[in-house]
Design a binder for this molecule. Structure first.
Ligand code: GDP
Length: 588
């Protein structure tokens, strides 16, 4: 019998498998059913499930093979050749909010960006270049707030040198520490800019001491970290800072190959009317030219136009150069690696392969062997917050999602991203949300009036934000609403039963002495006999000398009427412990 090999890249649909096996779809579905799997024609089966079925069918001539998806551009890495050339350093500025990152970039680049920021936060990663001593330095303008930790993390990955800005009048703060950790994990060289030295209260020595307790030893104290005191606002010592950047670049001997196909990273992407997809790239190797084909993730482009960071057209871009290109069929993802290919045919093929691999990784199969295991496991008690995330650019969508995932719920709440994408809230989002309780979050996008009406009709919350941490606060509140309320009991007092006057099915009249605390009508009661609980009741009234009173306090003797849910045979000598019970909303 002829041998047949079926390649599976992650998963295969029932339809595809039937065709590959030369079986009818119905007979394959029948076979799956016999194995306890209820499948439809478009259902995806993972490799293990497909293998089991083939074994069951006794198809000895069929061999399954896991398809190698290593052609993915995201795996594209290579060693430098010995004729690699020097390239400009790529620098990111990080630090705690308000310590002066934007001002520093501003002064360095003589441009005004502060006014454009919503909520005072730089929202999108972008890049700029400047000349110092006739040499080029590339700056990545990484967003400032901790909510953008995700992007910043990517930002650090792209960078050779991280300038950590610390305000001399404020010292090391949580985001300073975060920046230090990011820089270290990304293997970037660190230079510290001690900022705001013009300010009263600025203390350079104390800031240095502060930094050294966080693992950054200043060079002048015998350590290996260059620290430059500056005033970003008043342009003090910025030349020195740039000198240090170039010095560090020289020591690092930052190089790239230029005689290889162009490659690099997607650092921003969005749609623009009239221009289509507008994508910012950072070239990391080779030379990128207009007219060339590049693949990034599951999409590709014939580069139609290419602009420098300052909007000037350019024909080619060498390593460490940020450019804005148009020509992508669809928007690539922030952080995707791009690579130049020979022609459109190769580009299309590679993009397809990548799409397949991405689908296999993310969507994975509908029926997997882990599903089976999950079904066998005890029911999962966690609750789910379903969300749809829309943003103006892919970078912000990614950051919102990453930041949402970082909300710590101690494992009690599961976050389910129903869907996400770039653009205004649309009909499809509302349809998607209609299935279950789903919140639609939009970041820097709008909701057309008809869509907002549609959502209101279906009771679907649509929330639009311009500032990310407001969005996160809201999501946190949504999650808190899902948490089980906390039950808080407070003990109020104790009474020793000295007489039982009547015991009925749901009521008891009793009397005794309050030993500690007090008792009021409305309190709950735990009935104890020799410390063992007999049941619970509620105090309906309290009497002293046959008169209804508001309370009985320690040392007083009186009567009580109790309401019970079942008959309790109270006896002299039993103890009544009074308490209140409240349900409290929990917070994260
Ligand atoms: P970012 O959040 O780190 O980007 O901080 P900004 O650049 O927005 O700066 C926060 C505030 O500090 C702004 O009001 C700046 O004008 C101010 N600032 C930044 N650098 C300096 C400086 O060197 N000296 C003084 N006096 N103020 C500064």
């Amino acid at each position: 019998m002829e041998e047949k090999t079926i390649q599976i890249a992650g998963s295969i649909t029932v339809d595809e498998l039937a065709k590959a096996l030369g079986l009818s779809v119905t007979s394959l579905i029948g076979e799956l059913f016999k194995n306890g799997i209820v499948a439809t024609i478009n259902q995806r089966l993972d490799f293990e499930t497909a293998s089991i079925i083939i074994e069951e069918l006794n198809l000895k001539n069929v061999k399954l093979e896991k398809k190698d998806t290593s052609t993915r551009t995201s795996n594209y890495t290579h060693e430098l050749s010995d004729h690699a050339v020097l390239r400009p350093p790529v620098v990111a500025v990080m630090g705690h909010v308000d310590h002066g990152k934007t001002t520093l970039l501003d002064t360095l680049l003589h441009k005004k960006t502060v006014e454009q920021e919503a909520g005072g936060i730089t929202q999108h990663i972008s890049a700029y270049q400047l000349k110092h001593d006739d040499r080029i330095i590339t700056f990545l303008d990484t967003p400032g707030h901790e909510a953008f930790a995700a992007i910043r993390q990517h930002g650090a990955m792209l960078t050779d040198i991280v300038i950590i800005v610390v305000a001399a009048d404020d010292g090391v703060k949580p985001q300073t520490v975060e920046a230090i950790n990011f820089a270290k994990s990304a293997n970037a060289k660190i230079i510290v800019a001690i900022n705001k030295i013009d300010r009263e209260g600025a203390d350079i020595q104390r800031t240095m001491a502060d930094l050294s307790t966080h693992g950054l030893q200043p060079e002048e104290w015998g350590g290996d970290i260059i620290m430059v005191p500056i005033s970003a606002k008043f342009n003090q010592n910025l030349d020195k800072l740039l000198d240090m950047v170039l010095l560090t670049a020289d020591i690092e001997e930052l190089k790239a190959d230029v005689d290889i196909p162009a490659e690099g990273l997607v650092i921003e992407s969005h749609m623009e009317t009239g221009r289509g997809s507008v994508v910012n790239l950072l070239v990391t190797g080779g030379e990128l030219k207009t007219g060339e084909f590049i693949v990034a993730g599951s999409t590709y482009a014939k580069i139609r136009t290419m602009l420098s960071f300052d909007g000037k057209p350019r024909g080619k871009a060498t390593p460490s150069t940020p450019v804005t290109v148009t020509g992508f069929k669809e928007l690539p993802n922030f952080g995707d690696r791009f690579v130049e290919v020979a022609d459109e045919k190769t580009a299309r093929k590679m993009a397809l392969l990548n799409a397949q691999a991405i689908m296999d990784e993310t969507a994975s199969a509908n029926v997997t062997s882990t599903d089976l295991l999950r079904m066998m496991n005890v029911a999962d008690n966690s609750k789910t917050l379903n969300v749809i995330v829309k943003g103006d650019v892919l970078g912000s969508v990614t950051s919102v999602i990453d930041s949402l995932k970082m909300i710590d719920t101690g494992g009690e709440i599961t976050l389910n991203i129903v869907s996400s994408g770039v653009g205004d809230i649309n009909e499809n989002d509302v349809y998607m949300a209609a299935g279950g309780h789903t919140v639609i979050y939009g970041f820097n996008v709008s909701v057309p009036i008809n869509i907002s009406k549609m959502a209101a009709r279906d009771n679907i919350p649509v929330r639009i934000y311009k500032v990310i941490y407001e969005l996160l606060d809201d999501a946190k509140r949504e999650m808190e609403n899902l948490l089980d309320a906390e039950i808080v009991e407070e003990e109020k007092g104790e009474l020793k039963v000295q007489g039982v006057f009547r015991t009925e099915k749901t009521s008891i009249i009793t009397g005794g002495e309050v030993l500690t605390g007090k008792v009021e009508p409305g309190y709950l009661v735990r009935i104890l006999r020799k410390k063992q609980p007999l049941g619970e009741a509620e105090v309906t009234s309290v009497q002293k000398e046959k008169m209804d009173v508001k309370e009985l306090i320690a040392g007083e003797i009186g009567g009580l009427a109790l309401k019970t849910t079942s008959r309790i045979d109270l006896a002299v000598g039993d103890r009544l412990v009074f308490f209140t019970r409240e349900t409290k909303k929990r917070t994260l």
